[in-house]
Design a protein around this ligand. Structure first.
Ligand SMILES: Cc1cc2nc3c(=O)[nH]c(=O)nc-3n(C[C@H](O)[C@H](O)[C@H](O)COP(=O)(O)OP(=O)(O)OC[C@H]3O[C@@H](n4cnc5c(N)ncnc54)[C@H](O)[C@@H]3O)c2cc1C
Length: 391
């Protein structure tokens, strides 16, 4: 198997690796190989809450989210697979002092063509009649938002790439990046060496170690992120995705009678988790805290029962936005990481960007915003929602 040659190699079969392979093949490159040390969507992708919203304060990210949402809405036609995408809309709510930021974000979103608007307390109650409103001044409503199945999505993207001629090697780890005269020449794997001059590393929290092996410091940290699923015996539950700025939490419908709950609070992401060795079960304290957040916003649903819970890894950059860049020590080697809580929904746009970069084309987004150098030059992306991972 040694010294096989491919036009492009993608490291990682998460949503970003699969989307990169999908777009590379769609743009005419059939001899593409995806390599994963585990299985498809076996990393953070498989643990994702898979919320797809466009409510971002950073304009380039909002544009990427808008295009990615269209991709999810047309997933079957574009890939032949299914993402199980369900449209339910997102309501962003917060106290009066938080609404100026929401207003600014909504204005920017509307300017670039996103269907969204501000909503007052009465309109919020029309959307969510059981919401506790005493601390809520208003919010925003984005009807097109929804959620998908992260494994089905990744599988659909990958299946399309494979149908177009790509290959996927699972249970195969990249052990070394092979560099010659400052350019990528291939990779060493547990199945032998592979030659290529186009390498996309979408290895999630494992990306910094690969970059470090060729002398590049990628300032990404990892944190453990619990998600809880609560069942409503009465079958009454929030009908939409909720972004609660006061409690810094989110929820979304799950199945027919459940609600999935997670946190948006940066303070919950300071644990420097080991992505190969972390506690995958939520603790009893986390179950109680997440359940309390849901019941604080929806006291009518105090009868909820815990149905499921798991933890996944967020890998995040200092400004909680993506890093998409060519490694300075290896021409032709592109990394995608720092995807934190945004990486699922942005996958289709990221694959489009990375495939353009790898093919020497100009991406349709201002990707310089996602450069690695922004951290050393002191020009990180400004976070409109301080203390949150909303972005
Ligand atoms: C609990 C949770 C909830 C989330 N909720 C949302 C959400 O609601 N909406 C949203 O947009 N995003 C969400 N995210 C974020 C999103 O899921 C991730 O940003 C995204 O899935 C990352 O995908 P990826 O393809 O970049 O990387 P990953 O999923 O991390 O995949 C990387 C792959 O690379 C492989 N790999 C690593 N090193 C090597 C190597 N040396 N050789 C070969 N293979 C290697 C791994 O095995 C892995 O399969 C959530 C994440 C978590 C954990």
């Amino acid at each position: 198997m040694a010294n096989e040659s491919f036009d492009a190699v993608v490291v990682g079969a998460g949503v970003n690796g699969a989307a990169s392979a999908y777009h590379l093949v769609k743009k005419g490159l059939s001899n593409v190989l995806v390599v994963d040390k585990g299985v498809l969507a076996g990393g953070p992708t498989g643990a994702s809450s898979a919320v797809v919203r466009q409510h971002y304060g950073h304009e380039v990210t909002a544009r990427m989210a808008m295009d990615s949402l269209k991709f999810f809405q047309n997933f079957e036609e574009l890939t032949g697979g299914h993402a199980d995408f369900k449209t339910c809309g997102v309501v962003v709510v917060g106290s009066e002092d938080k609404l100026e930021t929401v207003r600014q974000v909504v204005e920017m979103q509307q300017r670039i063509g996103i269907n969204t608007g501000m909503v007052d307390r009465e309109e919020i109650l029309e959307l969510e009649p059981d919401m506790f409103m005493e601390d809520i001044g208003g919010g925003a409503w984005e009807p097109g938002a929804g959620y998908a199945d992260p494994v089905a999505t990744t599988s659909g993207l990958m299946a399309s790439a494979l149908a177009g001629g790509a290959q996927a090697w699972y249970d195969t780890a990249i052990t070394e990046l092979l560099i010659e005269r400052g350019a990528v020449a291939g990779v060493a794997t547990t199945r032998g060496s592979i030659l290529t001059d186009k390498l996309v590393i979408a290895a999630g929290p494992w990306t910094p170690a690969l970059a470090c092996s060729i002398g590049v410091d990628v300032p990404i940290r990892a944190s453990r992120h619990p998600v809880l699923v609560f069942q409503h015996p009465s079958r009454r539950r929030p009908q939409h995705i909720i972004f609660d700025l006061n409690q810094i939490m989110y929820s979304r419908p799950e199945g027919a009678d459940m609600t999935l709950v997670g946190t948006l609070d940066i303070a919950h992401s300071q644990d420097d988790a080991d992505p190969d060795n972390f506690e995958r079960q939520p603790s009893l304290d986390e179950i109680a805290e997440w359940g309390q957040m849901l019941m604080t916003r929806f006291p009518e649903y105090a009868d909820v029962e815990t149905r499921a819970g798991w933890c996944g890894i967020y890998e995040y950059s200092p400004d909680w936005h993506h890093v998409i860049d060519e490694l300075p020590t290896a021409r032709g080697c592109w990394i995608v990481c720092g995807t934190s809580g945004h990486g699922f929904k942005l996958g289709p746009a990221v694959g489009d960007i990375v495939s353009d970069l790898a093919l020497g084309r100009e991406p349709r987004y201002a990707v310089e915003d996602f450069s690695l150098a922004r951290f050393s030059s002191g020009e990180p992306i400004a976070n409109r929602y301080a203390e949150t991972i909303i972005g």
